[in-house]
Design a protein around this ligand. Sequence first.
Ligand SMILES: *[C@@H]1O[C@H](CO)[C@@H](O)[C@H](O)[C@H]1NC(C)=O
Ligand SMILES: *[C@@H]1O[C@H](CO)[C@@H](O)[C@H](O)[C@H]1NC(C)=O
Ligand SMILES: *[C@@H]1O[C@H](CO)[C@@H](O)[C@H](O)[C@H]1NC(C)=O
Ligand SMILES: *[C@@H]1O[C@H](CO)[C@@H](O)[C@H](O)[C@H]1NC(C)=O
Ligand SMILES: *[C@@H]1O[C@H](CO)[C@@H](O)[C@H](O)[C@H]1NC(C)=O
Length: 485
Amino acid sequence: MMFRIAAVTTFLVLAVVSTSSIVVEAKVDRSITCYDYSDVFNNFNLKGIECTGRKLLFRIKNHFRLQNKNPDTKVKCRGGLDRELMALTNTTKNSDAKRQLQFLCDDALLDASVEAAMSLKSTWGSLESEPHSINLEEFFEGKGYLNKETGNFQQDANDFLKRGGHERFNYIGDDPRENDHYSTSEASYHGGEAILQFYTNEARSAFLDAPTAGFQKGCNATNAAVCCWQRDRQYFDKNGNCARQDCAKSNPGDNTDVCWTEVVDDTDSPYPYPGGVTEQDLHCHGMAWSTLEDTSGDVNANARWNNLFFVSMYDHLYTRGYAESITDDPLIAGEQAMCGCVEDMSAVIARADCTEAVGRTNYTASLDDGKLVIEHVPGSFRMQFRACEGFNYDDTISPEQYDEDYDLSPDVRSDNDLSAFVFRQYLEGKIDKDHVSEYEKTIVGYRNTTVNDSDEERNKVCEEKFNSKFPNTEYKEKVIVVTTV
Ligand SMILES: *[C@@H]1O[C@H](CO)[C@@H](O)[C@H](O)[C@H]1NC(C)=O
Ligand SMILES: *[C@@H]1O[C@H](CO)[C@@H](O)[C@H](O)[C@H]1NC(C)=O
Ligand SMILES: *[C@@H]1O[C@H](CO)[C@@H](O)[C@H](O)[C@H]1NC(C)=O
Ligand SMILES: *[C@@H]1O[C@H](CO)[C@@H](O)[C@H](O)[C@H]1NC(C)=O
Ligand SMILES: *[C@@H]1O[C@H](CO)[C@@H](O)[C@H](O)[C@H]1NC(C)=O
C-alpha cells in the first residue's frame, strides 16, 4: 500500500515537469517520447553495418532502460517502451512501430540503390584492355589460358607449411609462378591479379554492362544465367580434387547431375547421362534476376553482370580454380559455353547453386520533430554477393496468395539453390510463369527439392523428366568413341 501511494505521487510530480506547464493533464500525449533520444541518434553510427529494424530496436531499448533506471531523472515512463517506439516512428500500434523501424532502413537503402542505378555505371574494360587483354568471349566459352592451363591463381605460404613445409617444397610463398608443381604461367598469373583487382574496384562499386554479345541479348526468356564447370585447375584451395602432385583431369566439387544433352547432329537425338560414371563430378552455379526496370532500385537485377563476374571469374576461377565447360569433356556430347543464359544451355541439369547481389550503404539517423529519420550517406553505396535466399518449391502457394499475406512463407527456406531463388522471385511477382517454364526446360529439378540431397535423387528426377520428354527413347547412355590423335 505504501508503495502504491509513493508511485502515484511520483507520477504527479513527473507530469508537472514533463509537460512544463502548471496544468496536470490526466491523459499523457503519447505522440511524444518520455525521454530524450537525440543523443542516441546524434552519435548513432551505422557505418558499414546493415541497418535493420532489430538493430534500431535494440539501441532504443537500451537507452530506454538506462533512462528508466536512472535515479537522477526520476522519470517513470507511462506507456513504457512501446510508447517510445510508437512516438519515434509516428505510429499508433506497437506492431506497426516495429515494422516501421524496418521500413525506415529499407527506404533509406532503396533511395541509395535508385540513386546508384542512375549514376554508377562501369564496364569490363580494365580486364579487356592492356596489359591484361582478357578475351571475355573466349573466357565465357570456357576457352583460353585461364581455362586451359593448370596451376594456382592464389595461395599462401601457410598452405605449404601445413603440408610438410621445407621438407617437401623448395618454394614456399604466395607467388604461384614459383611453385615446384604446376607452376603458373605469366599469363594466368596476371589474369588472376587482374580479376582480384577488378573484384576490389569496379565489381562492387558500379553496375557493369553485359560482357559479351551472347549476354547482351539479355537472357530474357529465363532472366537467369548459369556456369557449369568440368575441371579444377588449382590446388590448396579446399575445393575440387586438384592436388599439388596430381592435377591432371581433376574435377570440381560435385553439386549437380547432367541429365542429357540436346545435340543437333545427324541423329538429332538427345544424349542421356544416367548415373555418374561418365560425367563424374560437375559443378553448376548460377544467378537469376527480376524483370523490374533499372530505376526501381532492384540491386540484384541491376547488378546481374557484376554477379556474373563474381560467380565466374572471382568466386569459381580465382578462388576455387574451376575451369572449362562441361562439354569440354570429350565424353559429354555437344558444345555449350561455360557460362550462358539458362535458355541457351544444351546440357539439361538437375540443379545449380546460386549467388545474389545485395546493396549496402552507410546510414545516418536523426530526430526530426521527435520522429526518427534514417538516411543513406551519399556516395557510400556498394554491392555484396551472398548465397541466394530462396524458398523450396511448394505448389500450394501462388503469387496471388503470397501477395495477400507475405508472412506466409513456404515451410522451408532453401539457401544457395538457384531453383529455390527462381521460385521465390516468381512468388514475389518479379518474373512470370513463362520465365519459369523456360527455366525448367534446362534446370529440370525446379519442382523437385530432393535434387539437393544426392546424386541418386538427382538421377531419379533426370530419368523421370527424360522419359516424359522423350517417351520413345530409352534413358541409356550412348557410347561416344573418343579418338586421340
Ligand atoms: C505523423 O502521422 C500523421 C498521421 O498519419 C501525419 O499526419 C503526420 O504528418 C506525421 N508526422 C510526421 C512528422 O511524419
Ligand atoms: C527478348 O528481347 C528481344 C529483344 O531484345 C525481344 O525480341 C524478345 O521478344 C524478348 N523475349 C522475351 C521472351 O521477352
Ligand atoms: C562507410 O563506412 C565504412 C565503414 O565504417 C567507411 O570505411 C567508409 O569510409 C564509409 N563511407 C562513406 C562514404 O562514408
Ligand atoms: C543444397 O546443396 C548445396 C550444394 O550441394 C548446399 O550448399 C546447400 O546448403 C543445400 N541446401 C539445402 C537446403 O540443403
Ligand atoms: C518431381 O516433382 C513432381 C512435381 O511435384 C512430382 O510429380 C514427381 O513425382 C517428382 N519426381 C521425383 C523423382 O521425385
